[in-house]
Design a protein around this ligand. Sequence first.
Ligand SMILES: NC(=O)c1ccc[n+]([C@@H]2O[C@H](COP(=O)([O-])OP(=O)(O)OC[C@H]3O[C@@H](n4cnc5c(N)ncnc54)[C@H](O)[C@@H]3O)[C@@H](O)[C@H]2O)c1
Length: 395
Amino acid sequence: MKICVLGLGYIGLPTACLFANANHKVVGVDLNQELVEKLNKKELPFEEKGLADLFARAMSNMVFETEVGDADVFVIAVPTPLDKELKMADLKHVRTAAEMIYPHLSIDNLVITESTVPPGTCDRLLVPILEKSGLKASKEFSLAHCPERAIPGNSIYEMVHNDRIIGGIDSKSTEKAKSVYSSFVKGNLYLTDAITAEFVKLMENTYRDINIALANEFAQIAEECGVNVWAAIALANKHPRVNILKPGPGVGGHCIAIDPWFLTENTTRCRIVSLAREINEGMPNHTLRIVKSMLEDVSNPVIKVLGVAYKGGVEDIRETPALKLIKLAENEGYSVKVHDPYVKTFEYMILGLKEAVKDSDCIVLITDHPEFKELDPKEISYLMRNKNVVVQGIC
Ligand SMILES: NC(=O)c1ccc[n+]([C@@H]2O[C@H](COP(=O)([O-])OP(=O)(O)OC[C@H]3O[C@@H](n4cnc5c(N)ncnc54)[C@H](O)[C@@H]3O)[C@@H](O)[C@H]2O)c1
Protein backbone atom coordinates (compact mmCIF):
# COMPACT_ATOMS: atom_id res chain seq x y z
CA MET A 1 0.00 0.00 0.00
CA LYS A 2 1.00 3.60 -0.41
CA ILE A 3 0.79 5.33 2.96
CA CYS A 4 1.06 9.07 3.46
CA VAL A 5 1.98 10.09 7.03
CA LEU A 6 1.26 13.73 7.87
CA GLY A 7 3.42 15.10 10.69
CA LEU A 8 6.95 13.76 11.14
CA GLY A 9 7.51 14.38 14.83
CA TYR A 10 8.01 12.04 17.78
CA ILE A 11 5.04 9.90 16.68
CA GLY A 12 4.77 10.37 12.90
CA LEU A 13 8.42 9.72 11.99
CA PRO A 14 8.84 6.37 13.80
CA THR A 15 5.38 5.32 12.56
CA ALA A 16 6.36 6.16 8.97
CA CYS A 17 9.57 4.14 9.38
CA LEU A 18 7.65 1.16 10.78
CA PHE A 19 5.25 1.21 7.83
CA ALA A 20 8.18 1.46 5.39
CA ASN A 21 9.95 -1.44 7.08
CA ALA A 22 6.74 -3.45 6.68
CA ASN A 23 7.13 -3.02 2.90
CA HIS A 24 4.62 -0.24 2.36
CA LYS A 25 5.57 2.69 0.12
CA VAL A 26 5.63 5.65 2.50
CA VAL A 27 5.49 9.38 1.85
CA GLY A 28 6.24 11.39 4.97
CA VAL A 29 4.73 14.87 4.78
CA ASP A 30 5.58 17.76 7.06
CA LEU A 31 4.92 21.50 6.66
CA ASN A 32 8.34 22.20 8.16
CA GLN A 33 10.50 22.49 5.03
CA GLU A 34 13.76 22.48 6.97
CA LEU A 35 12.77 19.20 8.61
CA VAL A 36 11.85 17.63 5.27
CA GLU A 37 15.20 18.68 3.76
CA LYS A 38 17.03 17.25 6.74
CA LEU A 39 15.19 13.92 6.49
CA ASN A 40 15.85 13.71 2.75
CA LYS A 41 19.55 14.15 3.58
CA LYS A 42 19.11 11.09 5.86
CA GLU A 43 19.57 13.19 9.01
CA LEU A 44 17.37 12.56 12.04
CA PRO A 45 15.80 15.56 13.84
CA PHE A 46 15.77 13.95 17.31
CA GLU A 47 17.15 10.97 19.18
CA GLU A 48 15.03 7.97 20.02
CA LYS A 49 16.20 4.48 20.95
CA GLY A 50 16.42 2.32 17.79
CA LEU A 51 15.26 5.09 15.43
CA ALA A 52 18.55 5.56 13.56
CA ASP A 53 18.64 1.89 12.59
CA LEU A 54 14.94 1.74 11.71
CA PHE A 55 15.25 4.95 9.65
CA ALA A 56 18.27 3.63 7.72
CA ARG A 57 16.45 0.38 6.89
CA ALA A 58 13.29 2.28 5.85
CA MET A 59 14.91 4.65 3.38
CA SER A 60 14.43 2.50 0.28
CA ASN A 61 10.64 2.62 0.81
CA MET A 62 10.30 6.19 2.06
CA VAL A 63 10.42 9.77 0.74
CA PHE A 64 9.72 13.09 2.43
CA GLU A 65 7.66 15.96 1.03
CA THR A 66 6.00 19.17 2.15
CA GLU A 67 2.84 18.45 0.17
CA VAL A 68 0.36 15.61 0.16
CA GLY A 69 -0.09 13.44 -2.94
CA ASP A 70 -2.32 10.49 -3.78
CA ALA A 71 -2.15 7.48 -1.47
CA ASP A 72 -4.21 4.50 -0.29
CA VAL A 73 -3.95 5.43 3.38
CA PHE A 74 -3.43 8.83 5.06
CA VAL A 75 -2.22 8.87 8.66
CA ILE A 76 -2.57 12.12 10.61
CA ALA A 77 0.11 12.51 13.33
CA VAL A 78 0.15 16.28 13.72
CA PRO A 79 0.30 18.15 17.05
CA THR A 80 -2.83 18.76 19.11
CA PRO A 81 -1.68 21.36 21.61
CA LEU A 82 -3.71 22.70 24.51
CA ASP A 83 -5.21 26.15 24.23
CA LYS A 84 -3.90 27.10 27.66
CA GLU A 85 -6.29 29.99 28.19
CA LEU A 86 -9.46 28.13 27.21
CA LYS A 87 -8.29 24.75 28.57
CA MET A 88 -9.36 22.92 25.43
CA ALA A 89 -7.78 21.25 22.42
CA ASP A 90 -6.44 23.47 19.68
CA LEU A 91 -7.27 21.42 16.59
CA LYS A 92 -5.92 23.79 13.96
CA HIS A 93 -3.21 21.36 12.81
CA VAL A 94 -5.69 18.47 12.51
CA ARG A 95 -8.02 20.72 10.52
CA THR A 96 -5.17 21.78 8.20
CA ALA A 97 -4.08 18.16 7.74
CA ALA A 98 -7.62 17.15 6.72
CA GLU A 99 -7.77 20.13 4.33
CA MET A 100 -4.49 18.92 2.78
CA ILE A 101 -5.83 15.37 2.37
CA TYR A 102 -9.31 15.88 0.88
CA PRO A 103 -8.19 17.05 -2.62
CA HIS A 104 -6.28 13.74 -2.95
CA LEU A 105 -8.94 11.47 -1.50
CA SER A 106 -10.19 8.68 -3.82
CA ILE A 107 -12.71 5.90 -3.55
CA ASP A 108 -11.79 3.26 -0.93
CA ASN A 109 -9.08 5.38 0.68
CA LEU A 110 -8.60 5.15 4.43
CA VAL A 111 -7.80 8.10 6.70
CA ILE A 112 -6.45 7.35 10.18
CA THR A 113 -5.88 9.87 12.92
CA GLU A 114 -3.22 9.02 15.49
CA SER A 115 -3.26 12.53 16.94
CA THR A 116 -4.91 12.70 20.35
CA VAL A 117 -8.27 14.44 19.97
CA PRO A 118 -11.42 15.20 22.00
CA PRO A 119 -14.28 12.68 21.76
CA GLY A 120 -16.30 13.13 18.57
CA THR A 121 -13.52 14.74 16.48
CA CYS A 122 -13.57 12.11 13.71
CA ASP A 123 -17.32 12.40 13.21
CA ARG A 124 -17.82 16.11 13.83
CA LEU A 125 -14.64 17.72 12.48
CA LEU A 126 -12.95 15.31 10.08
CA VAL A 127 -15.90 13.82 8.18
CA PRO A 128 -17.24 17.22 6.96
CA ILE A 129 -13.77 18.37 5.82
CA LEU A 130 -12.94 15.07 4.06
CA GLU A 131 -16.39 15.02 2.38
CA LYS A 132 -15.41 18.24 0.58
CA SER A 133 -13.72 15.72 -1.74
CA GLY A 134 -17.21 14.89 -3.04
CA LEU A 135 -16.92 11.38 -1.54
CA LYS A 136 -19.22 10.09 1.19
CA ALA A 137 -17.71 8.91 4.48
CA SER A 138 -18.29 5.18 5.14
CA LYS A 139 -19.69 4.56 1.65
CA GLU A 140 -16.73 5.82 -0.39
CA PHE A 141 -13.89 6.37 2.06
CA SER A 142 -13.05 5.06 5.51
CA LEU A 143 -11.97 6.89 8.64
CA ALA A 144 -10.58 5.57 11.93
CA HIS A 145 -8.90 6.74 15.10
CA CYS A 146 -5.91 4.77 16.34
CA PRO A 147 -4.52 6.55 19.38
CA GLU A 148 -0.82 6.26 20.14
CA ARG A 149 0.31 4.92 23.52
CA ALA A 150 4.08 4.82 22.99
CA ILE A 151 6.33 6.41 25.60
CA PRO A 152 9.18 8.72 24.48
CA GLY A 153 12.50 6.97 25.10
CA ASN A 154 11.08 3.54 24.24
CA SER A 155 8.53 4.49 21.63
CA ILE A 156 9.64 2.20 18.82
CA TYR A 157 9.50 -0.91 20.96
CA GLU A 158 6.13 0.18 22.34
CA MET A 159 4.68 1.08 18.92
CA VAL A 160 5.33 -2.50 17.86
CA HIS A 161 4.55 -4.37 21.09
CA ASN A 162 1.83 -2.37 22.86
CA ASP A 163 -1.79 -3.36 22.48
CA ARG A 164 -3.71 -0.84 20.36
CA ILE A 165 -7.24 0.47 20.27
CA ILE A 166 -8.67 0.93 16.79
CA GLY A 167 -12.00 2.64 16.28
CA GLY A 168 -13.55 3.37 12.91
CA ILE A 169 -16.59 5.47 12.01
CA ASP A 170 -18.07 2.13 10.85
CA SER A 171 -16.99 -1.49 10.96
CA LYS A 172 -15.42 -1.43 7.49
CA SER A 173 -13.17 1.48 8.55
CA THR A 174 -12.20 -0.39 11.73
CA GLU A 175 -11.33 -3.56 9.82
CA LYS A 176 -9.31 -1.67 7.20
CA ALA A 177 -7.32 0.17 9.88
CA LYS A 178 -6.75 -3.14 11.65
CA SER A 179 -5.23 -4.65 8.53
CA VAL A 180 -2.89 -1.64 8.10
CA TYR A 181 -1.57 -1.87 11.67
CA SER A 182 -1.33 -5.68 11.52
CA SER A 183 1.59 -5.17 9.15
CA PHE A 184 3.91 -4.23 12.02
CA VAL A 185 2.09 -4.38 15.39
CA LYS A 186 2.78 -7.46 17.52
CA GLY A 187 0.47 -6.42 20.39
CA ASN A 188 -3.26 -7.12 20.38
CA LEU A 189 -5.51 -4.90 18.27
CA TYR A 190 -8.76 -4.15 20.09
CA LEU A 191 -11.56 -2.97 17.84
CA THR A 192 -14.21 -0.42 18.73
CA ASP A 193 -15.86 2.69 17.27
CA ALA A 194 -14.15 6.04 16.67
CA ILE A 195 -15.60 8.01 19.58
CA THR A 196 -14.81 5.21 22.06
CA ALA A 197 -11.22 5.06 20.79
CA GLU A 198 -10.92 8.84 21.21
CA PHE A 199 -12.40 8.58 24.71
CA VAL A 200 -10.22 5.64 25.80
CA LYS A 201 -6.98 7.47 24.99
CA LEU A 202 -8.04 10.45 27.09
CA MET A 203 -9.23 8.27 29.97
CA GLU A 204 -5.84 6.53 30.11
CA ASN A 205 -3.88 9.75 30.57
CA THR A 206 -6.47 11.27 32.89
CA TYR A 207 -6.24 8.16 35.07
CA ARG A 208 -2.48 8.61 35.27
CA ASP A 209 -2.75 12.33 36.00
CA ILE A 210 -5.18 11.72 38.86
CA ASN A 211 -3.01 9.00 40.36
CA ILE A 212 0.08 11.20 40.18
CA ALA A 213 -1.92 14.00 41.84
CA LEU A 214 -2.86 11.60 44.62
CA ALA A 215 0.80 10.69 45.16
CA ASN A 216 1.70 14.40 45.18
CA GLU A 217 -1.00 15.14 47.72
CA PHE A 218 0.18 12.22 49.90
CA ALA A 219 3.71 13.71 49.72
CA GLN A 220 2.52 17.09 50.95
CA ILE A 221 0.43 15.63 53.76
CA ALA A 222 3.32 13.35 54.77
CA GLU A 223 5.64 16.34 54.94
CA GLU A 224 3.27 18.11 57.35
CA CYS A 225 2.98 14.95 59.46
CA GLY A 226 6.74 14.41 59.52
CA VAL A 227 6.49 11.13 57.59
CA ASN A 228 8.92 9.95 54.91
CA VAL A 229 6.52 9.58 51.99
CA TRP A 230 8.81 7.23 50.01
CA ALA A 231 8.99 4.76 52.88
CA ALA A 232 5.26 5.09 53.48
CA ILE A 233 4.39 4.46 49.81
CA ALA A 234 6.72 1.45 49.64
CA LEU A 235 4.92 -0.07 52.63
CA ALA A 236 1.42 0.81 51.37
CA ASN A 237 2.27 -0.83 48.04
CA LYS A 238 2.85 -4.13 49.86
CA HIS A 239 -0.97 -4.29 49.96
CA PRO A 240 -2.05 -6.66 47.17
CA ARG A 241 -4.49 -4.16 45.67
CA VAL A 242 -2.64 -0.86 46.19
CA ASN A 243 -0.21 0.70 43.73
CA ILE A 244 0.54 4.31 44.66
CA LEU A 245 2.61 6.17 42.07
CA LYS A 246 5.68 8.30 42.78
CA PRO A 247 5.30 11.91 43.86
CA GLY A 248 7.36 14.41 41.89
CA PRO A 249 7.86 17.99 40.75
CA GLY A 250 4.67 18.10 38.66
CA VAL A 251 3.59 16.54 35.39
CA GLY A 252 5.06 17.32 31.98
CA GLY A 253 5.12 15.91 28.49
CA HIS A 254 2.75 16.17 25.62
CA CYS A 255 0.09 13.83 26.99
CA ILE A 256 -0.64 13.59 30.70
CA ALA A 257 -0.54 17.34 31.38
CA ILE A 258 -2.85 18.08 28.45
CA ASP A 259 -5.21 15.23 27.66
CA PRO A 260 -7.43 15.59 30.77
CA TRP A 261 -8.54 18.98 29.42
CA PHE A 262 -9.51 17.38 26.07
CA LEU A 263 -11.70 14.95 27.97
CA THR A 264 -13.48 17.64 29.93
CA GLU A 265 -13.84 20.44 27.38
CA ASN A 266 -17.45 19.53 26.54
CA THR A 267 -18.65 18.62 30.00
CA THR A 268 -19.36 20.14 33.39
CA ARG A 269 -18.66 16.84 35.14
CA CYS A 270 -14.98 17.26 35.71
CA ARG A 271 -14.41 17.95 39.40
CA ILE A 272 -11.81 15.30 40.18
CA VAL A 273 -10.12 15.78 36.80
CA SER A 274 -9.63 19.54 37.25
CA LEU A 275 -8.60 19.12 40.87
CA ALA A 276 -5.87 16.68 39.85
CA ARG A 277 -4.66 19.17 37.23
CA GLU A 278 -4.62 21.90 39.89
CA ILE A 279 -2.59 19.76 42.31
CA ASN A 280 -0.05 18.73 39.66
CA GLU A 281 0.26 22.24 38.25
CA GLY A 282 0.89 23.50 41.79
CA MET A 283 3.86 21.20 42.41
CA PRO A 284 6.51 23.68 41.15
CA ASN A 285 5.10 26.20 43.68
CA HIS A 286 5.39 23.55 46.37
CA THR A 287 8.98 22.77 45.36
CA LEU A 288 9.86 26.44 45.55
CA ARG A 289 8.29 26.67 49.03
CA ILE A 290 10.69 23.94 50.19
CA VAL A 291 13.65 25.75 48.59
CA LYS A 292 12.63 29.06 50.21
CA SER A 293 12.42 27.49 53.64
CA MET A 294 16.02 26.28 53.20
CA LEU A 295 17.38 29.57 51.93
CA GLU A 296 15.62 31.95 54.33
CA ASP A 297 18.91 33.37 55.63
CA VAL A 298 20.76 33.52 52.32
CA SER A 299 21.00 36.83 50.52
CA ASN A 300 20.92 36.88 46.69
CA PRO A 301 20.29 33.13 46.51
CA VAL A 302 21.47 31.14 43.52
CA ILE A 303 19.74 27.86 42.78
CA LYS A 304 20.82 25.20 40.37
CA VAL A 305 18.12 23.20 38.61
CA LEU A 306 19.31 19.69 37.79
CA GLY A 307 17.25 18.33 34.91
CA VAL A 308 14.74 20.23 32.81
CA ALA A 309 13.43 17.41 30.61
CA TYR A 310 9.93 16.45 31.71
CA LYS A 311 11.10 12.90 32.52
CA GLY A 312 14.28 10.91 32.95
CA GLY A 313 16.41 9.71 30.06
CA VAL A 314 14.87 11.93 27.35
CA GLU A 315 15.50 15.37 25.86
CA ASP A 316 11.77 16.24 25.67
CA ILE A 317 11.00 19.50 27.52
CA ARG A 318 7.36 19.88 26.52
CA GLU A 319 5.22 21.10 29.44
CA THR A 320 8.14 20.49 31.80
CA PRO A 321 7.40 21.58 35.37
CA ALA A 322 11.03 22.76 35.57
CA LEU A 323 10.15 25.84 33.49
CA LYS A 324 7.46 27.01 35.91
CA LEU A 325 9.79 26.40 38.86
CA ILE A 326 12.55 28.49 37.25
CA LYS A 327 10.19 31.36 36.42
CA LEU A 328 8.69 31.33 39.93
CA ALA A 329 12.18 31.34 41.44
CA GLU A 330 13.24 34.27 39.26
CA ASN A 331 10.14 36.19 40.36
CA GLU A 332 11.39 35.70 43.93
CA GLY A 333 14.68 37.34 42.96
CA TYR A 334 16.68 34.10 42.77
CA SER A 335 19.37 33.54 40.18
CA VAL A 336 18.84 30.22 38.45
CA LYS A 337 21.42 28.05 36.69
CA VAL A 338 20.40 25.00 34.70
CA HIS A 339 22.06 21.68 33.82
CA ASP A 340 20.61 18.80 31.82
CA PRO A 341 22.74 16.13 30.11
CA TYR A 342 20.07 15.41 27.45
CA VAL A 343 18.48 18.77 26.61
CA LYS A 344 20.23 20.86 23.97
CA THR A 345 17.84 23.76 23.52
CA PHE A 346 15.82 25.36 26.26
CA GLU A 347 14.53 28.82 27.16
CA TYR A 348 17.48 29.09 29.60
CA MET A 349 21.12 28.40 28.82
CA ILE A 350 22.12 24.81 29.62
CA LEU A 351 25.42 24.83 31.53
CA GLY A 352 27.89 22.05 32.27
CA LEU A 353 27.35 20.28 35.60
CA LYS A 354 30.20 21.92 37.51
CA GLU A 355 29.62 25.35 36.01
CA ALA A 356 25.98 25.21 37.08
CA VAL A 357 26.79 24.01 40.61
CA LYS A 358 29.55 26.57 41.21
CA ASP A 359 28.62 29.12 43.91
CA SER A 360 25.03 27.88 44.14
CA ASP A 361 23.08 27.77 47.39
CA CYS A 362 20.74 24.91 46.57
CA ILE A 363 20.56 22.11 44.03
CA VAL A 364 16.99 21.32 42.99
CA LEU A 365 16.84 17.94 41.30
CA ILE A 366 13.82 17.85 39.01
CA THR A 367 14.38 15.11 36.44
CA ASP A 368 15.26 11.50 37.24
CA HIS A 369 17.89 11.12 34.52
CA PRO A 370 19.87 7.89 35.08
CA GLU A 371 23.14 9.91 35.19
CA PHE A 372 21.96 11.73 38.32
CA LYS A 373 21.55 8.47 40.20
CA GLU A 374 25.29 7.89 39.75
CA LEU A 375 26.28 11.38 40.96
CA ASP A 376 28.60 11.42 43.95
CA PRO A 377 27.62 14.51 45.99
CA LYS A 378 31.26 14.83 47.17
CA GLU A 379 32.37 15.49 43.61
CA ILE A 380 30.33 18.67 43.35
CA SER A 381 29.37 19.82 46.85
CA TYR A 382 32.75 21.57 47.40
CA LEU A 383 31.81 23.96 44.59
CA MET A 384 28.64 25.14 46.34
CA ARG A 385 28.34 28.32 48.40
CA ASN A 386 25.73 26.67 50.66
CA LYS A 387 25.11 22.94 50.65
CA ASN A 388 21.38 22.40 50.23
CA VAL A 389 19.65 19.82 48.04
CA VAL A 390 15.97 19.36 47.21
CA VAL A 391 15.24 16.09 45.44
CA GLN A 392 11.89 16.10 43.68
CA GLY A 393 12.58 13.80 40.76
CA ILE A 394 14.17 10.59 42.09
CA CYS A 395 12.98 7.76 44.28
N1 LIG B 1 4.98 12.39 21.66
C1 LIG B 1 4.30 11.49 22.34
O1 LIG B 1 4.83 10.86 23.22
C2 LIG B 1 2.84 11.18 22.04
C3 LIG B 1 2.28 10.04 22.61
C4 LIG B 1 0.96 9.74 22.31
C5 LIG B 1 0.22 10.56 21.47
N2 LIG B 1 0.80 11.69 20.94
C6 LIG B 1 -0.01 12.53 20.05
O2 LIG B 1 0.50 12.40 18.72
C7 LIG B 1 0.32 13.63 18.02
C8 LIG B 1 1.65 14.07 17.43
O3 LIG B 1 2.52 14.33 18.50
P1 LIG B 1 4.10 14.46 18.29
O4 LIG B 1 4.68 14.37 19.65
O5 LIG B 1 4.57 13.52 17.24
O6 LIG B 1 4.19 15.96 17.71
P2 LIG B 1 5.49 16.74 17.21
O7 LIG B 1 5.29 18.15 17.59
O8 LIG B 1 6.72 16.01 17.63
O9 LIG B 1 5.43 16.60 15.62
C9 LIG B 1 4.36 17.01 14.85
C10 LIG B 1 4.84 17.38 13.46
O10 LIG B 1 3.69 17.70 12.68
C11 LIG B 1 4.05 18.74 11.77
N3 LIG B 1 2.83 19.34 11.26
C12 LIG B 1 1.99 20.25 11.82
N4 LIG B 1 0.93 20.48 11.03
C13 LIG B 1 1.07 19.69 9.93
C14 LIG B 1 0.30 19.45 8.77
N5 LIG B 1 -0.87 20.04 8.59
N6 LIG B 1 0.77 18.59 7.86
C15 LIG B 1 1.96 17.96 8.02
N7 LIG B 1 2.73 18.13 9.12
C16 LIG B 1 2.29 18.98 10.06
C17 LIG B 1 4.95 19.64 12.59
O11 LIG B 1 5.75 20.44 11.75
C18 LIG B 1 5.76 18.61 13.39
O12 LIG B 1 6.96 18.26 12.71
C19 LIG B 1 -0.28 14.61 19.02
O13 LIG B 1 -1.68 14.63 18.90
C20 LIG B 1 0.11 14.01 20.36
O14 LIG B 1 -0.80 14.37 21.39
C21 LIG B 1 2.10 12.01 21.18
